[in-house]
Design a protein around this ligand. Structure first.
Ligand code: FAD
Length: 591
């Protein structure tokens, strides 16, 4: 009840207005109101002379649960999740049900920014400079920093006043208002092994930091909350929810995208775009919609009977971050997020009334670190491993939420992790920042409601596995620092039955563990790659226009030529900001 009171009646922003009966034609149609789409629609509708339609397959945010940062994992496999799953793998995810990874994606206003763990990370300067060097002018870091800052309202003064941050933007960024003693202990542990405590979104990336997140008053600040709610009175932006776009209709002769077909309120409707259609449906759905519309690998589309409008490498170049999720440590003191200690009436009251307390921890992650494995060039400040440092493990809630969300198999749970149930423990998840292994997405059927085939090919390149092994060893080194030892930190060393024959804690053993407990970090991207005209794999040009089709752009995680070295929400918001300016420039509206 308190939650309703706070969010439904006292929220200064209020829910966005939705349109029940859209017009037959708009200047711009944006498909998907996620991290990028909400930004594009918000910025394009700044021009009062344009009318903009934003179509979203899901509904509005279910406030209470989706806003409590520590409860983020509870949102997976609910009606606001598309509920994708990868195909079974033989190189990774072997300890997950069916050797498949669940792939949650937000189906809601705000998209995956409503499901995510809210960590605010921009990636490394070199990621973007590399994009530019591939032939994408004005996509280098120095150009893009402006767009990261444009969105930002950083509420931690020690960062807001640096040249890398800004205050006053739509997107609130701040540290969680509450933390366990482990948060700072992780940072101290990093200093002990030779790293600095620094702003990982600032001048250099290598180092340890208390995480910043996209939160406001202790609650999730999704892109819907940040970019759509404050402009809800704008008459030239129409938002339609529960509008599932089936395809973009492209004229066969002129190759011009002129309308979208959508299912809305049980009715099939065609809505036209005078100027452009912008696909922001995310790295799974944007390639899905493109292929259903006849833009994709010609042979594949022909097999499924879809008339080919443009042969393009849609769905290829799929990249994602993965981590070894099973590196768990026990501690002797009651300082971690054991479920009974934070999901109680007192914590709920603190959260709903004051916007603080344990419920505000960002998806459980308190500290972030960017470190070098032995394969990385230390002098480059381009770390190859990220750590998510979490004052909890899969056992902290007795295996209810995270285990279910990741789909950890009963066997792995029963044999290794069940004994951690409700005990004090923490996780150090090493994440592979620039995987070499690439996968693909293709159609399972020409029927738009049948989910596509997702093949991420995790750990097919041996180098990727070798870096994760080094990551696991770095995690062990962290646990042996005096900063963590003073809490009695020690490895939860129950061996993986499937790996024990390789010799306990050898490199081969850790590799086997990583291939079993492979966790997606939920960052799929690259499936409509941006590149110049000579790049045969490029689907969009550096102005994000689909090659070979007029009046159609893609603006979301799909366009990343290579995955960035960090979490992808802030980069997608930046892509939305940059794209909006590109579109305004192309149509002669001052930016
Ligand atoms: C569980 C989870 C945790 C994560 N944690 C973090 C984190 O802590 N920090 C971080 O930086 N990143 C995190 N991410 C990743 C980050 O949130 C995503 O990379 C980012 O939100 C992707 O943005 P996008 O605009 O590409 O797509 P999305 O935000 O997924 O938006 C796509 C939108 O399009 C809509 N759509 C799709 N198909 C259709 C259709 N046919 N018709 C109409 N609408 C459609 C969807 O419903 C959705 O609203 C996480 C993601 C998940 C799922």
């Amino acid at each position: 009840y308190i939650g309703y009171e706070v969010y439904e009646f006292n929220d200064p922003e209020g829910r966005p207005f939705v349109e029940l009966d859209p017009l037959p034609i708009y200047d711009f149609i944006v498909v998907g109101a996620g991290s990028a789409g909400a930004v594009v629609a918000s910025r394009l509708s700044e021009n009062p002379a344009w009318n903009v339609l934003l179509l979203e397959a899901g509904g509005d945010e279910p406030e209470i649960v989706s806003n409590a940062p520590a409860l983020a994992a509870n949102l997976q496999m609910t009606r606001i999740d598309w509920g994708y799953r990868t195909e079974p793998m033989t190189t990774a995810c072997l300890g997950l049900e069916g050797s498949r990874s669940k792939w949650p994606r937000g189906k809601v206003l705000g998209g995956s920014s409503v499901l995510n763990y809210m960590l605010y990370v921009r990636g490394n300067r070199r990621d973007y400079d590399r994009w530019e060097s591939f032939g994408n002018p004005e996509w280098g870091y120095d150009d893009l920093l402006y767009y990261f800052k444009k969105s930002e309202d950083n509420r931690n003064p020690y960062l807001a006043r640096t040249p890398y941050h800004a205050a006053g933007g739509y997107l609130t960024v701040q540290e969680a208002p509450w933390r366990t003693p482990l948060a700072t202990a992780f940072v101290q542990a990093g200093i002990e092994i030779g790293y600095e405590n620094r702003d990982i979104n600032g001048e250099s990336q290598t180092g340890f930091m208390i995480a910043q997140g996209t939160i406001r008053r202790g609650s999730r600040c999704s892109t819907s909350r940040a970019f759509l709610r404050p402009i809800r009175h704008r008459p030239n932006l129409h938002i339609v929810i529960h509008a599932h776009v089936l395809k973009v209709n492209i004229d066969h002769v002129y190759k011009r995208a002129w309308s979208v077909t959508m299912l809305h309120q049980g009715r099939m409707r065609i809505i036209q775009a005078r100027n452009e259609i912008i696909l922001s449906a995310g790295a799974v759905s944007s390639p899905h919609i493109l292929m259903l519309s006849g833009v994709g690998p010609a042979e594949h589309l022909t097999e499924l009977g879809i008339p080919v409008i443009q042969d393009a490498a849609v769905g290829l170049n799929l990249q994602d971050h993965i981590g070894f999720g099973g590196l768990a440590f026990r501690v002797d003191q009651p300082i971690t997020l054991v479920q009974s200690r934070y999901e109680d009436m007192v914590s709920a009251f603190r959260y709903y009334v004051n916007g603080e307390g344990p419920m505000t921890v960002l998806g459980g992650v308190e500290t972030l670190a960017f470190v070098h494995s032995k394969y990385s060039n230390v002098s480059l400040d381009w770390p190859d491993v990220q750590f998510h440092l979490i004052p909890a493990t899969i056992g902290s809630d007795g295996g209810q939420t995270i285990r279910r969300a990741l789909g950890v198999s009963n066997f792995l749970w029963e044999t290794v992790y069940k004994e951690l149930s409700f005990t004090d423990s923490f996780s150090a998840i090493p994440v592979l920042l620039r995987p070499k292994s690439k996968g693909y997405i293709k159609l399972r059927s020409a029927h738009p409601f049948i989910p596509p085939i997702i093949v991420p090919n995790y750990l097919t390149e041996p180098e990727d596995a070798a870096i994760l092994v080094e990551g696991a060893k770095l995690g062990l080194a962290l646990s042996q620092t005096s900063a963590l030892r003073r809490f009695g930190a020690r490895l939860h060393d129950t061996p993986y039955p499937q790996c024990v024959h390789l010799g306990l804690f050898t490199d081969e053993y850790w590799e086997c563990c990583a291939r079993h407990y492979t966790s997606t970090i939920y960052h799929p991207c690259g499936t409509a790659k941006m590149g110049n005209a000579t790049d045969p794999d490029a689907v969009v040009d550096p102005r994000l226009r689909v090659y070979g089709v007029h009046s159609l752009r893609v603006v979301d995680a799909s366009i990343m030529p290579t995955i960035v070295s960090g979490n992808t929400n802030a980069p997608c918001i930046m892509i939305g900001e940059k794209a909006a300016d590109i579109i305004k420039q192309d149509w002669g509206f001052p930016t």
